[in-house]
Write a protein of this length. Structure first.
Length: 316
């Protein structure tokens, strides 16, 4: 860009302004990249660096600063309608909203590629390599208004959230005011109302569920305790399995003995009917023979007269 500008200036017979002194340069760069004034030590380091790569080295150091992501990530957070509170009625605090904010800052600091930056926010939980951070990235879809006001229709606000996700995705990634097509085919952009609601159906297919996203410190504590608990569990599982095997064998043996000596009575239906109208004939051995046109699915009704005072079980 500088070369194009210098060429035009030269053609016009103009000279560019003289280069700013190093104190001014580092101040401008620090405010541009980190939003903060440079540290005194960084100023002395840059001013005292007489090498030809002094400026390039300073830029690299500024880009590696954690404040770079804080400075430039905020522009994306504005587009993603991020806030620490609900933004409606009571404007209640969202205690874990910062997880998405920190994910964006970290994405800028580690120079996450834009295609990955896009996929993880739109569908990070569906990626094959999805982890906790990818699920946190989908907080982009959770930055919608929500209401805890009494008497609200939860389904109404759910639909409003879907509309907001669709409209925000359209404006951020497509650069289009797709929201106009919610009520009518867009008058200026090539978006029909049918296309709008086709995309609406895509966002409306998401399950509204809470996703567990423990912090690294929580995971470390969990894994530490998990190891101890698994050792205790291992000491309990073996005797439990041995007891279950022994006791189950005893119960099965006892049950089979009682079953062999129990008095099962074969019942003969006093009446039988099929909802399809198929014929049902009771044979001499008590079985029922279907006749006529028998469909694949049917309902059979059988009536019995047990002839005993107490029925303990029915075996089919």
């Amino acid at each position: 860009i500088d070369r194009f500008i210098l060429r035009r200036l030269k053609e016009a017979g103009l000279e560019p302004s003289p280069e700013a002194d190093r104190h001014t340069l580092i101040r401008r760069l620090s405010l541009d990249l980190t939003g903060l004034l440079p540290e005194p030590g960084e100023i002395h380091r840059f001013v005292g660096d007489k090498s030809a790569q002094a400026w390039e080295n300073l830029v690299k150091r500024m880009l590696k600063s954690p404040h770079f992501g804080e400075r430039w990530g905020r522009y994306w957070l504005d587009l993603a309608r991020y806030a620490d509170s609900d933004g409606y009625e009571k404007d209640g605090v969202r205690p874990f909203a910062w997880r998405y904010r920190d994910w964006v800052i970290d994405a800028f600091n580690r120079d996450l590629s834009f295609d990955r930056f896009t996929r993880e926010q739109l569908a990070g939980d569906l990626l094959e390599s999805s982890g906790i951070e990818q699920k946190v990235a989908t907080g982009f879809h959770r930055n919608t208004l929500s209401s805890t006001e009494g008497g609200t229709d939860q389904e109404e606000f759910r639909i409003k959230a879907v509309v907001d996700r669709l409209n925000t995705t359209g404006s951020v990634w497509l650069g289009l005011t797709v929201g106009c097509a919610q009520c009518h085919t867009h008058k200026y952009d090539p978006i029909t109302q049918r296309e709008y609601y086709s995309l609406f159906a895509f966002f409306n297919s998401c399950d509204e569920k809470k996703i567990t996203a423990p912090l690294p410190v929580d995971l470390a504590s969990y894994k530490e305790q998990e190891t101890a608990h698994r050792k205790i569990l291992a000491g309990l599982e073996k005797p439990l399995r041995e007891y279950e095997t022994k006791r189950m064998g005893e119960l099965l043996a006892a049950g089979q003995g009682r079953l062999a000596t129990s008095g099962w009575k074969i019942l003969t239906p006093s009446a039988a009917a099929a909802s399809s109208g198929a014929s049902m004939e009771t044979l001499g051995d008590g079985s029922v023979l279907l006749g006529g046109k028998v469909p694949d699915k049917d309902t059979y009704t059988l009536e019995f007269e047990p002839g005993i005072e107490k029925v303990m079980a029915l075996r089919l």
